[in-house]
Design a protein around this ligand. Structure first.
Ligand SMILES: O=C(O)c1cccc(C(=O)CC[C@H]2O[C@@H](n3cnc4c(=O)[nH]cnc43)[C@H](O)[C@@H]2O)c1
Length: 216
């Protein structure tokens, strides 16, 4: 089985890369891809990778912000659907996305009801983790009006900068996939001193390593 593990930065999966360098899997061939931060880099790198080497399973792993202040930092979730949070037009004070202005149709493939939904089909196994909905943006949200806009419009639980591009590429290529996100911060008025990046990376990599430990 060919498995691709992708992340935006090396930093986010360094413990997993260290683990891979010491472990020989016989049942699976693991490829890693550092796709870069944001949707543009992620889409390009995944498209290029899938054109030459289509995996049987693709996993995206990364840190993310969450909207619910009752969540603990370092919580790891699997994203069950993604929405694009800032691809659209401003109309006075209103923000309208491409579905609102009918440039896209809600169920045009690979979208289902405006979302990039993971059908969780064809997967050999899935880590036992809570599921959560994601929104993907180009600019990390750092103000109350933006937080409220995204919550009202998309009701997301998690925000990242790459998730939708990953779901899109895998759905288009019909590659089984799952996206892991570990919470490093709340989506709120920006205060970088509160971010728990090392904690989020630790728990993310613990999950990844446990998942790969099941393979011979
Ligand atoms: O401003 C800085 O100094 C800084 C330093 C390290 C990382 C950052 C990021 O903004 C990380 C972006 C990166 O991590 C994901 N991420 C993490 N939290 C969020 C969030 O609240 N909203 C969106 N993306 C987030 C994202 O997927 C990027 O790959 C800044």
């Amino acid at each position: 089985m060919k498995i691709l593990v992708t992340a935006a930065t090396t930093f986010e999966i360094q413990p997993f890369l260290d683990y891979l360098s010491t472990k020989r899997h016989q049942d699976c061939q693991v490829t890693t891809l550092i796709g870069g931060i944001g949707m543009m880099h992620t889409a390009y790198q995944l498209g290029r990778q899938f054109a030459v080497n289509k995996p049987d399973l693709a996993i995206q792993a990364g840190i993310a912000g969450c909207f619910d202040h009752s969540w603990e930092m370092g919580k790891v979730v699997i994203i069950d659907k993604e929405q694009l949070g800032d691809l659209g037009v401003e109309d006075g004070v209103a923000y309208k996305d491409l579905f609102d202005i009918q440039l896209w149709q809600p169920d045009q493939p690979p979208f289902s009801n405006r979302s990039l939904v993971n059908p969780f089909e064809g997967l050999p196994a899935l880590p036992e983790l809570p599921k959560a909905g994601g929104v993907t943006i180009n600019t990390v949200s750092g103000s109350e009006p933006t937080r409220q806009l995204l919550l009202n419009k998309y009701a997301p639980e998690v925000e990242s900068m790459e998730g939708a591009a990953f779901h899109y590429a895998c759905l288009m290529e019909k590659i089984p996939f799952f996206q892991l996100r570990s919470i490093s911060n709340f989506v709120e008025v920006r205060d970088k001193s509160k971010w728990k990046i090392p904690l989020a990376i630790q728990s993310l990599n613990d999950v990844l390593i446990k998942y790969f430990d099941q393979w011979n």
